[in-house]
Design a protein around this ligand. Sequence first.
Ligand SMILES: [Zn+2]
Length: 52
Amino acid sequence: MQFGGTLQLHEGTRMWPVLMGNIGELLVDRRRFETFLCSGCGKVEFFMPPDP
Ligand SMILES: [Zn+2]
């Protein structure tokens, strides 16, 4: 697994729930999450670090 970066969601990012369903709702709530990629099979995993 390879770190894919930390993504920031902005106010008004309302497409996430549409695109990702319940997970999207969670992402909108957290607004920040980290991504990890597997270069072998293309799997992407999301991690939501605790807010500082
Ligand atoms: Zn893999």
